[in-house]
Design a protein around this ligand. Structure first.
Ligand code: GLY
Length: 345
């Protein structure tokens, strides 16, 4: 097992290779909880919930499961309140803990519930998708969606531990694995081009370790997303517009993949990026079965791009690739955004 230490407003370990069947002792050690509610979804619970509950019982922690319907629709205010009420029924106190057993939806909802129940209780992330292992479980971004948009209600609230068992990826459907690969390719462009080769070799443990190392380093520098953490939005400004334009029929990873292809083409056209980035990116996207072209015309995205929640006043900060393994932040007036992106489409 490999361990990474995150030193942010809370210090915690990311354990990569931690067996799910032995998670109980790690949860007990990290939180000191007397009782734990393990939140999972209708896809993951039948596969892994019992193993985590049994492991908690074996570690002397009372444990119950709470299963939500799988899918983004569960990251909503209604589900959040249902979960809160369940915690009250179960008489969960500040000396207890939540465990998020699932992908990004379960992690974000559980984290936000932990951040706000009794003004904050302990929680542990056990990510079961590649995307959650390399991105959403690390760094303390927690949220639910509002009718007005994704992640609009949330908190920065670091977990007490992150336990990654790469063997659970064996049961992850290929489409979901590809979604996580888009975020791994993002880290390749941001900091570590060898990740593109590791993806081709499918070296999962190393992929997770290196991706989490990059995310850890960035979060430690800028926990609250005011500076360098914005680099993690590579491909996301255009990607979110693609995702929303499709009414979320296009998955997040696919949208980000298309967004990275667009911003890379645009940056090359503006003379800001080494042309060698594009073939390397397109090859990695193709090998992962991800889109390599815009999934909607620029003209259809105007309103969505202007409403991006990363916009600050009349400016927006784009993440622009410079060369393989290096990107920069570029502040643009919102009125100049479409002109900048046009050559990418
Ligand atoms: N997923 C982007 C971030 O954690 O900042």
């Amino acid at each position: 097992m490999r361990t990474l230490n995150v030193s942010a407003s809370r210090s915690y370990e990311i354990r990569i290779g931690a067996a799910l069947t032995e998670s109980g002792e790690a949860i007990r050690a990290a939180t000191g909880a007397g009782k734990a509610v393990v939140v999972s979804d209708s896809n993951v619970a039948p596969l892994y919930l019992q193993a985590v509950l049994s492991s908690l019982h074996a570690a002397g922690v009372e444990a119950v499961g709470a299963v939500i319907p799988a899918g983004e629709a569960s990251k909503c205010a209604e589900q959040y309140l249902q979960l809160m009420n369940f915690l009250i029924e179960e008489q969960i106190t500040r000396s207890d803990a939540l465990v998020a057993l699932g992908g990004g939806v379960v992690g974000d909802l559980t984290g936000f519930t932990a951040a706000t129940y009794l003004r904050g209780i302990a929680y542990v992330q056990i990510p079961t998708s590649l995307l959650a292992m390399v991105d959403s479980s690390v760094g303390g971004k927690t949220a639910i969606d509002l009718p007005g948009g994704k992640n609009l209600c949330g908190a920065f609230y670091q977990p007490w531990a992150v336990l990654c068992d790469p063997t659970v990826l064996d049961t992850l459907p290929a489409d979901f694995y590809a979604d996580g690969s888009a975020e791994v390719i993002k880290y390749g462009l941001l900091r570590d081009p060898e990740l593109l080769e590791l993806l081709a070799k499918n070296d999962r443990e190393e992929i997770i370790y290196r991706s989490c190392t990059i995310k850890r380093d960035i979060v430690q520098q800028d926990e609250h997303d005011n500076g360098v953490r914005q680099l993690l939005n590579l491909g996301h400004t255009v990607g979110h517009a693609f995702e929303q334009h499709s009414n979320f029929a296009l998955s997040h990873g696919r949208a980000v993949a298309a967004g990275m292809a667009v911003i890379t083409r645009a940056a090359i056209a503006h003379g800001e990026c080494d042309a060698a980035v594009l073939p390397a990116l397109l090859q990695a996207l193709e090998e992962s079965g991800l889109p390599t072209e815009a999934t909607a015309p620029l003209s259809a995205l105007t309103t969505l791009l202007r409403a991006d929640k990363k916009r600050k006043g009349d400016t927006i900060t784009l993440v622009v690739p410079e060369k393989l393994g290096s990107c920069c932040l570029k502040k643009l007036p919102i009125d100049g955004l479409e002109d900048y992106l046009r050559p990418g489409f």
